[in-house]
Design a protein around this ligand. Structure first.
Ligand code: KG4
Ligand code: ZN
Length: 330
């Protein structure tokens, strides 16, 4: 059995997990900083870095304890090395370096997006390469062809906001607080998705890229007009966003070549309307549709540990102990 300790600290979740090559999560712990950032309507980098520094060590001790193992039982230490808020990434990566050095185990410096991209394989042993991945989170909005460990072809990205960011900004406009995605989804249930005329940025364009800034501005103008209820605004925003995703993903699938499945990952994959829409789209292409279970969709350390497991299995060399944290890492 191979066992990897994973660490995640790139945004506002401090997380540690122990994952085996048999796809068993022996233990995991996540400390959310939602309460600290809520008063500011978004993540404050300095507060995030301090909170990671305070919480990470006890969290790692807790998962080792819960799993009844020690560092010596681990075959590698994997940590998010970027992209993300640099202060937080450094806390996680430096901790991982120290643990790897002390236990004489290989260090894997994992790209956070790679964690999201491979997480569906942790949940589903039958998911084979290559698969189409729509990665929609607070910081990212991409369509990838996942061809193997370390082999990702990006077909689309956002030219401005990420989809989760658009949900969060819409929530702010509607006074729903942070994080906004779940609140917008809940309010949208009471509204009419056709009530507010909103744009579908880039819909129909040949390149499958995304844009959500114009949609958010349109929601703001509609709110300021005083003509619509908040529920109608939420439902109409969600519908417009979904229409954009479906149009863009349809275009990407058409030019992607053969894939085994359509997969959605990232925090917005928790949205039921988004999932249902994508399920329909997959059916159009006669593809199976999967989404990792919700706790694996949002930021977590199990996906980072799993990326380490996949690297070990593929005989990747360890990363050097002077590997630098990267705020940007496409
Ligand atoms: O993957 P994630 O936990 O962190 C990042 O790497 O960004 O994603 C968080 C994002 C936030 O923008 C949040 O509002 C959004 O995912 N989100 C949702 C839902 N749950 C989380 N957006 C729409 N509907 C949801 N149910
Ligand atoms: Zn993420």
């Amino acid at each position: 059995m191979t066992l990897v300790l994973g660490i995640e600290s790139s945004c506002d979740e401090t997380a540690a997990a122990l994952v085996t090559d048999g796809r068993v999560i022996l233990a995991q712990a996540i400390a959310s900083q939602e309460a600290e950032h809520a008063p500011y309507g978004g993540v404050v980098p300095e507060i995030a870095a301090r909170a990671h520094a305070e919480r990470l060590a006890p969290l790692i001790a807790r998962v080792l304890d819960e799993a009844g193992v020690t560092l010596a039982d681990c075959d590698a230490v994997a940590a998010t090395a970027g992209p993300g808020l640099i202060g937080g990434v450094m806390v996680g990566l430096v901790s991982a370096k120290a643990l790897a050095m002390a236990s004489d185990r290989p260090l894997f410096a994992i790209n956070h997006l790679e964690g999201h991209a491979l997480s569906p394989r942790l949940a589903d042993a039958s998911l084979a390469y290559p698969y189409a991945l729509l990665l929609v989170s607070g910081g990212h909005c991409q369509i990838l062809r996942v061809e193997g460990v370390g082999k990702y072809r990006r077909l689309a990205t956002t030219i401005d906001d990420a989809l989760g960011e658009a949900f969060d900004k819409t929530a702010k406009i509607l006074g729903l607080g942070y994080p906004g995605g779940p609140a917008v989804e809940k309010l949208a249930l009471e509204g009419n998705p056709k009530a507010v005329p909103l744009p579908r940025p880039l819909k129909g364009r040949p390149e499958p890229h995304f844009s959500f800034a114009g949609l958010k501005s349109a929601v703001l103008r509609a709110k300021e007009s005083g003509q619509y209820s908040d529920a109608d605004l939420a439902a109409s925003f969600q519908q417009a966003a979904l229409d954009c995703i479906l149009d863009r993903t349809r275009r990407a699938l058409a030019e992607m070549g053969e894939v085994t499945a359509l997969v959605v990952a990232g925090g917005v994959a928790a949205n039921r309307t988004v999932r249902a829409g994508l399920e329909g789209l997959a059916a159009e292409f006669a593809l199976p549709f999967t989404a990792p279970p919700l706790p694996l969709c949002t930021d977590n350390a199990a996906m980072i540990a799993w990326a380490g497991v996949e690297r070990l299995a593929a005989c990747f060399p360890a990363d050097p102990l002077d590997f630098q944290a990267r705020p940007r890492w496409p």
